[in-house]
Design a binder for this molecule. Structure first.
Ligand code: PBG
Length: 341
């Protein structure tokens, strides 16, 4: 035995004999554990994404996202009522649009008889106290399946902005409380803020998808809406998963342009980004616990490999601990049910 090892052992023995700091004392029972718990997670932190389809009597489970459905409005109304009873107050509604209504300029997104806008009106009149968030991007309405306007195979930034603005005004008119621009075009937050204000919607909030990465975890969502890009990928507008400092640039811009919340998406592989934005900005931060992240938990739980409730709670808590004020998650209703028990 050499001298270094011997000294280490002697030192360790001495240290443990005079050990006056024992972190386990603060873990000895649940009352003390609860008292010193640093991060709290409640239903009030959660936003529930829901998929809506035109028609009647529809509740179709999404194959790649078990436990989540495409609803028609008639069946969604009682479902929302149940969620409200459980304490869920904020909903992000996404429309699944028929292919024959899609075109290059996403004109259905602001059409007079748009079923999605009508559904929002109905939801707000039935449940005036809920908060409704919407998605602002062309993809569910676009025959190209891209978030922006496609010209000669390229996504053109500045010509997309007026389209997003028309969509936003239509959504604000329908009663949306928070607009969620998820398109990642440059300058869109300022453009939309300006247009909203010009139309008198100064109270409508913007939750910007600030650091939205070109992620493989959006698959089940695109299945749900049949909204995958028809050609190419989204890498010219969504961020490179390798980049961190770039998130600071996006956040500075969105805040300067008037964003009320800045969002990181996805959440789990990007906890460092959530933390980074939390350390650097005072604007509330949200994170999108996206479809692929939830699908992994559902799949493992269905196989009996993971405990569903424990895993989902730990996942959501870790997103809060990283610094998210709010979390968009497909677990919202189940989490609410779980804490009620
Ligand atoms: C649309 C949009 C997407 C998501 C939210 N809004 C998909 C995409 O950008 O391709 C993904 C949400 C999820 O996976 O749960 N722009």
């Amino acid at each position: 035995m050499n001298l270094k090892v011997l000294l280490f052992i002697i030192f360790t023995v001495i240290k443990y004999q005079i050990m006056n700091i024992r972190p386990r004392r603060n873990r000895k029972n649940s009352a003390i554990r609860d008292m010193v718990q640093e991060t709290k997670l409640g239903i009030e932190n959660l936003i529930y994404p829901i998929f809506l389809e035109d028609g009647k009597g529809i509740k179709t489970e999404i194959k790649s996202l078990p436990n989540n459905y495409r609803w028609s409005l008639d069946l969604l109304l009682p479902e929302v009522e149940k969620c409200i009873e459980l304490g869920v107050k904020t909903f992000d509604i996404f429309p699944a649009v028929n292919d024959d209504l899609k075109d290059q300029i996403a004109s259905y997104s602001y059409a007079e008889d748009n079923f999605y806008l009508n559904a929002i009106r109905k939801l707000k009149s039935e449940f005036p106290d809920i908060v409704i968030m919407s998605d602002v991007a062309m993809d569910p309405y676009s025959s190209d399946g891209h978030d922006g306007l496609v010209e000669d195979g390229r996504i053109v930034n500045d010509k997309t902005l007026p389209i997003l603005a028309k969509m936003s005004i239509a959504q604000a008119q329908a009663g949306v409380d928070i607009l969620g621009p998820s398109d990642m075009m440059d300058g869109r937050v300022g453009y939309l803020r300006n247009e909203l204000d010009k139309h008198g919607f100064t109270d409508v909030s913007i939750m910007s998808y600030t650091a939205k990465y070109a992620s493989a975890f959006y698959g089940p969502f695109r299945d749900a809406l049949n909204s995958a890009p028809k050609s190419g990928d989204k890498k010219t507008y969504q961020m490179n998963p390798a980049n961190k400092r770039e998130a600071l640039i996006e956040a500075e811009l969105d805040i300067a342009e008037g964003a009320d919340f800045i969002m990181v998406k996805p959440a789990l592989c990007y906890l460092d980004i959530i933390h980074l934005l939390k350390e650097n900005f005072n604007t509330p931060i949200t994170a999108y616990n996206v479809s692929g992240e939830c699908a992994m938990v559902y799949a493992a739980a269905q196989n009996g490999w993971l405990n569903y409730e424990a895993t989902m709670s730990e996942m959501l808590l870790s997103i809060r601990r990283a610094g998210a004020d709010g979390i968009l998650t497909y677990f919202a209703k189940d989490f609410a049910q779980f804490v009620k028990k």
